[in-house]
Design a protein around this ligand. Structure first.
Ligand code: PMP
Ligand code: GLN
Length: 387
């Protein structure tokens, strides 16, 4: 028999699934895969429930329900002063994961180079490679994750079609600041490239406000900005994402969506539209709550002798395991923790190109989108196992 696609066949199961399965097996607290342990807002869920009963359960429009596209446009205006035409510049997708693939499909041809920044989210490289694009990885170095200007410049060239930028960034918790974005914008303009901006954690920042690359000069027509209801409303299972892009690009993103999914669940779209229109206090409440949980976990990890890296956004914090690992690398230590401490985490080396230079092996990621009492219990378990 002829072989199936060799690249996909050789791709390991995602580390998020592996660690979640181990968490179940060992009865561990799951601070690995990033999902909140509380339901999203009840009023949003209520709207979804009611929307199932109002006779609109057939295919939604290809680019999304008008009320959701309008809500996406309105939140672009409210939070970032971006004027967006809901009819032509918004595409609703089945999660940011689909949005990322659709945006890539919309711009890359086989052989095009795409600049990506490590540590990177686990779907970026496979999606790129399946399209025949060539990744050009630039590494941010811990503990500060600052952008290496010379290396970034060198990664851009005549074949560069796009850069993928994740800010706030998973797993590092880094929020790109204006200066860094200006450098990226300069390179994108200079090389006549596009930017695929993964901004799923846009509302989860704790110190500096999130700044979309799209708001910088010359970037409005080159950026595809991706949001996720899963992250903004703590409803990760819903898989509703949205792309904001100039009409010329959005229409091509819509074609990719047409080929892969066509339309996203209408009741969930209705509820997400309602959610996006919630007042500012909802969004402030979400980030305040996450910050409280981050502080709780970070301070607890410090008491246990872990150094942590700055976590300014997303719901992840990275800890250095050197003091406790006793010679184990991050993968071995994460496995040991889930088995012996009953706490699941994610080894940060999973966020690096497996074909690239050796990844750091002394870092693990904790998710803090969990109830304070659960974080306390996890800290107690860690203390017991490490003492
Ligand atoms: N990008 C990043 C950086 C993420 O952390 C996630 C969360 N899993 C996604 C994209 C995918 O989001 P969604 O669940 O909406 O597909
Ligand atoms: N984005 C989530 C994380 O980083 C996981 C998503 C997934 O399991 N695919 O933990």
């Amino acid at each position: 028999m002829k072989t199936p696609n060799q690249y996909l066949a050789s791709l390991p199961t995602t580390i998020f699934t592996i660690m979640s399965q181990l968490a179940v097996k060992h009865g561990a607290i799951n601070l690995g895969q990033g999902f909140p342990d509380t339901e999203g807002p009840q009023d949003i869920i209520q709207v979804a429930e009611e929307a199932l009963r109002d006779g609109r359960n057939q295919y939604a429009p290809l680019t999304g329900l008008p009320e959701l596209r309008e809500a996406v446009a309105a939140s672009n205006r409210r939070f970032y002063g971006l004027e967006v035409d809901p009819a032509t510049e918004v595409v609703v997708t089945s999660g940011a994961t689909e949005a990322l693939a659709a945006c890539l499909m919309a711009v890359v041809e086989p052989g095009d180079e795409v600049v990506v920044i490590e540590p990177l989210y686990d779907t970026y490289l496979p999606a790129l490679k399946l399209l025949g694009a060539v990744p050009r990885c630039v590494r941010l170095a811990p503990p500060h994750w600052s952008v290496p200007e010379a290396e970034l410049r060198a990664a851009f060239g005549p074949k560069t079609k796009a850069i993928m930028l994740n800010s706030p960034m998973n797993p590092s918790g880094k929020v790109f600041v204006r200066e860094e974005l200006e450098l990226i914008a300069e390179l994108v303009r200079e090389h006549d490239a596009y930017a695929i901006c993964d901004e799923v954690y846009e509302h989860l920042t704790f110190h500096v406000k999130h700044l979309p690359l799209m708001t910088l000069p010359g970037m409005r027509e080159r950026c595809m900005r991706i949001g996720s209801a899963g992250k903004s409303f703590s409803l990760t299972g819903w898989k509703v994402g949205y792309v904001t892009a100039p009409a010329a690009l959005a229409s091509v993103v819509a074609k990719a969506h047409q080929v892969m999914v066509f339309a996203t669940a209408p009741n969930l779209q209705r509820a997400v539209a309602y959610g996006l229109n919630k007042d500012d206090s909802y969004y402030q409440g979400l980030s305040t709550q996450m910050k409280t949980q981050r502080d709780l976990l970070r301070d607890g990890l410090h008491r246990l002798g872990f150094e942590t890296l700055p976590a300014d956004g997303s719901y992840f914090i990275v800890a250095d395991i050197s003091r406790h690992a006793a010679g184990r690398n991050d993968v071995e230590f994460a496995r040991w923790l889930v088995e012996h401490a009953g706490v699941a985490t994610i080894p940060v080396s999973a966020f690096y190109d497996p074909q690239g230079d050796a990844a750091p092996q002394n870092l693990i990621r904790f998710a803090f989108c969990k109830k304070p009492e659960i974080l306390q219990e996890a800290l107690k378990r860690l203390e017991k196992a490490l003492s």
